[in-house]
Ligand binder design. Sequence first.
Ligand SMILES: [Cu+2]
Length: 91
Amino acid sequence: MKISLFFVGLMFCVAAFSARVEVDVNGMSCGMCVEAITKELKATDKVEGISVNLDQKKARFTEMKDRKISDAEIKSAIKRAGYEAAKIRRN
Ligand SMILES: [Cu+2]
């Protein structure tokens, strides 16, 4: 019982400190765009759970809690893929 409470507490802490990030991306038009953006975000090695939505033109991911990614780093990753990060939201 004590152990399971510990894990619940641990999971809560991880959730509390790893921010969900949502990025509006300009210029996406097909599945190749999705692939390219996913690949460049993954290459930063600072995010996980990447999900790029073509219809919504949004990239979503979770920032790794021990390796914060700055807005500038997000913008340059999206730019390396060939697109523009229009707006970045964190919550
Ligand atoms: Cu494309």
